[in-house]
Ligand binder design. Structure first.
Ligand code: ZN
Length: 202
């Protein structure tokens, strides 16, 4: 099956807003909406992503050569996963009983497009997982030693060092943030997809 990118869970959360008009609701969202992880500004929805690398010793494949009592090994990944997960937060109206039919319709339209925008983030995080998986699939670690096991251990260490250098620490988190930023700048935080409430409708 090979080393694979996996689409993990996409879970949904809501926060409650209220108001007698769309304008009041809009202001409540500006106060209570989830903050953007990049600039801390509040938006009507958010999609926080996470990438996780899951590799175990059994996921490494070795090529070993020996000559004159010396061993050389090359390590690469043959299985394991890069998984993307997302948590989507969208607004929920406490009650729509004070809204006009037109306003209620606009609120429902808005919610659909907020969902479209946020799910787009989740898709983009998965695409990022695929990119990381492809990059890691091309990585190799080389090592030498006086026994096969010694050479394999050195090769494993070299492979892990490469992975850690690029994706360890805050590496994966930074990539996720940059991905969110790029998608938000492309879509104007969903505005270009229709995820903007027309608060002028009464
Ligand atoms: Zn966004």
């Amino acid at each position: 099956m090979g080393f694979t990118a996996k689409r993990g869970a996409v879970s949904d959360k809501t926060y409650t807003v209220s108001g007698k008009t769309l304008d009041e609701i809009n202001k409540d969202m500006a106060k209570k909406g989830p903050p953007d992880p990049n600039d801390g500004k509040r938006f009507s929805g958010s999609c926080l992503g996470k990438l996780e690398i899951d590799i175990k010793p059994k996921d490494i494949d070795y090529e070993v050569k020996s000559s004159g009592g010396k061993f050389a090994a090359i390590a690469r990944l043959k299985s394991g996963y890069v998984t993307s997960t997302s948590v989507i937060t969208t607004p929920k109206l406490a009650s729509d009983k004070d809204l006009s039919d037109k306003a209620r319709k606009e609120w429902q339209r808005f919610l659909v497009f907020v969902g479209v925008h946020e799910r787009g983030h989740a898709d983009s995080y998965y695409a990022l997982a695929v990119k990381v998986m492809e990059d890691m699939s091309g990585m190799t670690g080389g090592g030498a030693g006086s026994s096969e096991n010694e050479a394999k251990a050195a090769a494993t260490k070299a492979l892990y060092e490469q992975i850690t250098k690029k994706y360890g620490g805050s590496g994966l988190g930074d990539l996720v943030k940059a991905d969110a930023k790029a998608y938000d700048s492309k879509t104007k935080h969903g505005e270009s997809q229709g995820a903007l409430l027309d608060a002028s409708i009464s």
